[in-house]
Ligand binder design. Structure first.
Ligand code: ADP
Ligand code: MG
Length: 357
């Protein structure tokens, strides 16, 4: 992280009556960084964007853009663009006029407006569509107009509230890639709200996870997925299995709910007697016929309860000898044994991720 962040959010709190939408949030965004804000409904994602854009005022804390405190600065005076959850194009204005709107309000000269609008539309493959009205565009095209409209003023920071939410799956992935290419070309910092973990992991440089108005973890996608800090992050991203264990004198962890002993990777050495929450990713678990059951640490016996085919993978629910049901994701291809069969599970030491809370 460079010395001076593009955006710094410092201890920001915001209440709506009895609801603490944000509860002392700290977050930095580096210049040119693509940050995804991930969290469940009501976790404070939109509130954070609205505070940074200047549509709401924080109850406590500070918001700094390149070191300058934004308190009291109206939205249009901030070097910040925003794409709203609903695209909010002006329905009675053409594509050209929608994109030109903000520039006209700023008093940019006519020739310059025409040049910037053409350049902006070309960036997203909408050249020649200047005279179309919003209702004559597809959902994906409207989304792109909303995007370039917010970029026409060339803000250093662009806030996007679930910009891909209204698109169907195929278009969503393609538009996601376009979005990231656009971010790299403009060099602007992007803060994108999403509740889709795959979207956050695939597009962003870092992902910030919000829960109940607080930041629970902010890391690069691989780090966040491989080393979730808490039960919430482990379950929210990728649906990890949570194994509640207790450390023995030899450093191994007993997990009676599954009926297994966990051997932790080198470095993790909980004190004897300590409660040790461990996350195991479903795709790290191997599923074997009961007749091939391996013995020892990181193995469990069980019964295959449910099986679902997902195309690229199978999802299996296995009721373990201890009673806890583990979720296992197997690569597509060879069919697993049928539900009702006895099975064995096995995984490697480094699949055991010790959680902090
Ligand atoms: P998210 O975007 O993560 O779904 P929001 O930031 O919209 O969450 O909302 C966070 C919490 O604050 C929610 O409980 C929501 O109901 C509440 N909230 C947000 N805006 C307002 C408002 N203008 N008036 C009252 N409550 C609000
Ligand atoms: Mg929202």
């Amino acid at each position: 992280m460079p010395a001076e962040p593009l955006l710094r959010v410092e201890g920001v709190a915001k209440r709506f009556g009895p609801v603490a939408a944000l509860d002392g949030l700290d977050l930095d965004v580096a210049p040119g960084e693509f940050l995804a804000l991930l969290g469940g409904s009501g976790s404070g994602k939109s509130t954070l964007l609205r505070l940074v854009a200047g549509f709401e005022t924080p109850d406590a804390g500070r918001i700094l853009l390149r070191g300058e405190d934004l308190a009291g600065k109206p939205p249009q005076a901030r070097d910040v663009g925003m794409v709203f959850q609903s695209y909010a194009l002006f329905p009675h204005l053409s594509v050209f006029d929608n994109v030109a709107y903000g520039l006209r309000r700023e008093g940019v000269a006519r020739g310059e407006i025409a040049r910037r609008v053409a350049e902006a539309l070309a960036m997203v493959g909408l050249e020649g569509m200047e005279r179309r009205m919003p209702h004559q565009l597809s959902g994906g095209q409207r989304q792109r107009v909303a995007l370039v409209r917010s970029l026409a003023k060339r803000p250093s920071l662009l806030l996007l509230d679930e910009p891909l939410g209204a698109l169907d799956a195929g278009l969503r992935e393609r538009t996601g890639f376009e979005l990231r290419a656009l971010q790299r070309r403009t060099g602007a910092g992007f803060v994108m709200v999403t509740h889709d973990q795959a979207e956050a992991l695939s597009l962003a440089d870092r992902v910030a996870v919000l829960e109940g108005g607080r930041l629970v973890q902010c890391d690069a996608p691989r780090a966040l997925y491989d080393r979730p800090a808490t039960r919430f992050v482990a379950e929210f991203l990728g649906g990890a299995n949570l194994l509640e264990g207790r450390a023995g004198a030899d450093g191994a962890v007993e997990c009676p709910a599954v009926g297994c002993t966990l051997r932790l990777p080198p470095g993790a050495a909980p004190p004897a007697g300590a409660a040790v929450p461990v996350a195991v990713r479903p795709e790290r678990i191997r599923l074997l016929p009961a007749t091939d059951a391996p013995q020892g640490a990181n193995t469990a016996a069980g019964t295959l309860r449910e099986l679902a085919y997902r195309g690229e993978a199978w999802v299996a629910l296995v009721a373990t000898a201890g009673g806890q049901v583990l979720r296992v994701v197997l690569p597509g291809g060879a069919a697993p044994p049928p539900p009702g069969d006895g099975v064995a599970l096995a995984w490697d030491d480094d699949a055991n991720v010790v959680l902090k809370g």
